[in-house]
Design a protein. Structure first.
Length: 132
């Protein structure tokens, strides 16, 4: 197995979370529970954390993504790693506001139960709550 380039290790090592996740001293199976723990512990503040880390640019990226996807016409969308539901809600909003489409459906898939729970809470506060 080849070693990770020193420049990448140094950059990742300067970040407490990522440095821990990719530590070369950890066995290969170690990052999985650490990653799960990180996402579980930040689920309720995940989008705010993204706002801070990206200076809000992540919202522009997501809006651009949804615009390019252009959901409408009763599309069936699978949002993989969609945890908090922010992109799913954007997809539904886009279909409704641009096309008056209430038939487009989004299914959120995420490995982390805490992230999915946060998504359920957020969805319950929207007009889409109670959909199939």
């Amino acid at each position: 197995m080849s070693a990770r380039p020193a420049s990448i290790s140094a950059r990742l090592g300067s970040c407490p979370i990522l440095g821990r996740l990719v530590s070369e001293a950890d066995p290969p199976s170690r990052p999985v529970p650490v990653v799960k723990g990180v996402f579980s512990s930040v689920a309720s503040s995940y989008d705010i954390m993204n706002d801070v880390m990206s200076a809000g640019v992540h919202r522009l990226w997501k809006d651009h993504y949804v615009s390019k996807m252009n959901p409408h016409g009763g599309m069936q969308i699978l949002d993989v790693a969609g945890g908090t539901g922010d992109i799913a809600i954007r997809m539904l909003d886009h279909a409704r506001t641009k096309y008056a489409d209430r038939d487009t459906k989004v299914t959120i898939l995420d490995i982390n139960p805490e992230m999915l729970e946060e998504g359920k809470k957020r969805m319950a506060q929207t007009m889409y709550h109670g959909g199939e």
